[in-house]
Design a protein. Structure first.
Length: 202
């Protein structure tokens, strides 16, 4: 969240560096494009001078046996449960599955936001995630691979590649946090061009 003095400061500075990175619109209104990311050293420094850290909260309530009800600070709930072998009834996701879902959602959000900003005609985006865990306790993640399947009408491969790289290296807090914790996170992608399907059908 930007404080009011910072909005004026960023606006004032942004009007003077707009030809470089469009800071006026990008920092104040949160609109970024791939091209402007090339000037991230300048835009990033100015933006981070004013962006306040946002604490997050969550509550986990025990229901019964191995079942818990998790509620996010934004008011959404998720049921967590264990397998029968651990006293659960398998009616909810596992805690470590939530870690993967969170990371997958984080990077997917980034990729789609970047592709939409670059006006790519995407019709579908699926992030398929595979993870390996350590044999010993604690059974932490050691390897996570994210495979993106991007579908659209003439989506540029260069834009897909760039969007995934930006998410992995700069924007996705979840995957970058896991990498800093020692997890080897890798990415690849496949691109499905619906124009070829349309031509074949025609």
């Amino acid at each position: 969240m930007l404080s009011l003095p910072c909005v004026f400061f960023v606006t004032f500075i942004g009007l003077r560096v707009r030809p470089v990175c469009g800071l006026y619109n990008r920092v104040v209104f949160g609109v970024w494009s791939d091209q402007e990311a090339d000037h991230g050293w300048l835009c990033g420094i100015l933006a981070r001078l004013c962006i306040e850290s946002e604490d997050m909260e969550a509550s986990i309530r025990w229901v019964e046996d191995a079942m818990f009800l998790a509620e996010s600070g934004s008011g959404h709930t998720v049921t967590i449960d264990g397998p029968e072998s651990e006293g659960g009834r398998n009616v909810g996701v596992r805690p470590m599955e939530l870690v993967l879902l969170g990371m997958g959602g984080c990077t997917s959000f980034d990729v789609m936001k970047i592709l939409k900003k670059s006006r790519q005609p995407v019709t579908d985006c699926i992030a398929q995630i595979r993870a390996e865990r350590a044999d010993d306790i604690p059974s932490v993640f050691t390897q996570i691979h994210v495979h993106f399947v991007i579908t659209g009408h003439g989506v540029k491969e260069s834009q897909v590649k760039r969007a995934i790289e930006l998410s992995a290296e700069k924007y996705c807090s979840a995957s970058i946090m896991l990498e800093r914790g020692g997890v080897n996170v890798t990415h690849d992608y496949e691109l499905i061009d619906l124009r070829e399907t349309d031509d074949a059908a025609g």
